[in-house]
Design a protein around this ligand. Structure first.
Ligand code: HEM
Length: 233
C-alpha cells in the first residue's frame, strides 16, 4: 500500500513544485515542500471554520456571537457539515502525504516513555534516534486520522437524521462532540509546539525551511540521515 501512496504523493509534489518553489539557503534544510504547506494550511483553514461553526451550533448560548461570521444561525448550521467535509477531504490528501514518515516505530514508543522530560523541557536536545517526526507529532497525526473518520461517519449520520434511527443519531452527537474536544485539546498543544515551544519551527510551514541547528536539535536522526526528502523535485 505504502509504495502506491508514495508514487501518488511524489507525483503530486512534482506537479505542485512547478507552481511554488522553495528557496533553501546555505545552512538551511528543506523541511516541508510547497505541496505539504498548501495542504497543511488548507486543513488548518477548514478545521478552524468547522471548529468555530461547530461551537456556535453546539452552544448558541455561549457562542451566539460567532454566528454573524457565517451569516446567522441557520446559515451556520447549513455550512458546518460542508466545512467538515472540506476538512476531511484536505486531510485525506495530507494523510497520503505523511503516511510514510508517520509510521510508528519502536523509537516512537521509547519517545513516549520520555514524554515527561519533553513536556517539562528538561532536555534541550531530542534523543539521537528522533527522525523526521517525533512520537508526539505522530500521535497527533494518528489522533487526527481517527477523529476525522469519526467526524465523517457521525457527521453523515447526523446530517441525514430524518432517515437514521434516533438512537444512532443520539450516539453520533456524543461521539462527534468527544472527537471535537480531543481535537481542540490537540490543536491548542499543537499551536504551542509549532510556535513558542520550539522557535524556528513555524517557518518550516511558511517558507518550508529550517536551519541546520534546528534540525540537529529537534530531529537529529533526520539531520544525520543524508537522504533528505526532496520536496519540490
Ligand atoms: C493554525 C495554527 C497552526 C499552526 C501555527 C501550525 C503549525 C505547524 C508547524 C510549524 C508544523 C511543522 C512542524 C514540524 O515540521 O516539525 C505543523 C505540522 C503539523 N500540523 Fe499544524 N499548525 C496549525 C494548525 C493545524 C491544524 C488545524 C491541524 C489539523 C487539524 C494541523 C495538523 C498538523 C500536523 C498533523 C502536523 C505534522 C505533525 C506535527 O508537527 O505535529 N495543524 N503545524
Amino acid at each position: 500500500m505504502s509504495s502506491s501512496i508514495e508514487r501518488f504523493d511524489r507525483k503530486a509534489r512534482r506537479e505542485f513544485g512547478r507552481f511554488g518553489r522553495t528557496v533553501v539557503h546555505r545552512g538551511e534544510l528543506l523541511r516541508h515542500p510547497a505541496y505539504t504547506r498548501v495542504l497543511h494550511w488548507s486543513v488548518a483553514f477548514a478545521f478552524i471554520l468547522s471548529l468555530l461553526s461547530g461551537f456556535a451550533i453546539y452552544s448558541p448560548w455561549l457562542y451566539r456571537w460567532l454566528t454573524p461570521l457565517f451569516g446567522g444561525g441557520p446559515m451556520t448550521r447549513f455550512l458546518h457539515p460542508w466545512f467538515g467535509l472540506l476538512f476531511t477531504i484536505f486531510f485525506f490528501f495530507q494523510f497520503l502525504n505523511w503516511f510514510v514518515p508517520m509510521q510508528w516505530t519502536s523509537n516512537d514508543s521509547r519517545w513516549m516513555r520520555r514524554i515527561r522530560a519533553y513536556v517539562s523541557n528538561e532536555e534541550k536536545r531530542e534523543s539521537e534516534e528522533t527522525g523526521f517526526f517525533n512520537g508526539g507529532q505522530k500521535l497527533y497525526f494518528w489522533t487526527i486520522v481517527v477523529s476525522a473518520v469519526l467526524f465523517l461517519v457521525t457527521g453523515i449520520l447526523m446530517w441525514f437524521d430524518n432517515v437514521v434511527p434516533r438512537w444512532v443519531v443520539a450516539v453520533s452527537y456524543v461521539v462527534h462532540d468527544i472527537a471535537a474536544l480531543v481535537m481542540l485539546a490537540g490543536f491548542i498543544i499543537h499551536i504551542y509546539e509549532g510556535t513558542a515551544a520550539a522557535p524556528g519551527t513555524f517557518r518550516s510551514m511558511v517558507d518550508g525551511t529550517v536551519t541546520d541547528e534546528w534540525a540537529r536539535t529537534h530531529h537529529p536522526a533526520w539531520f544525520a540521515d543524508g537522504e533528505k526528502i526532496n520536496p519540490d523535485e
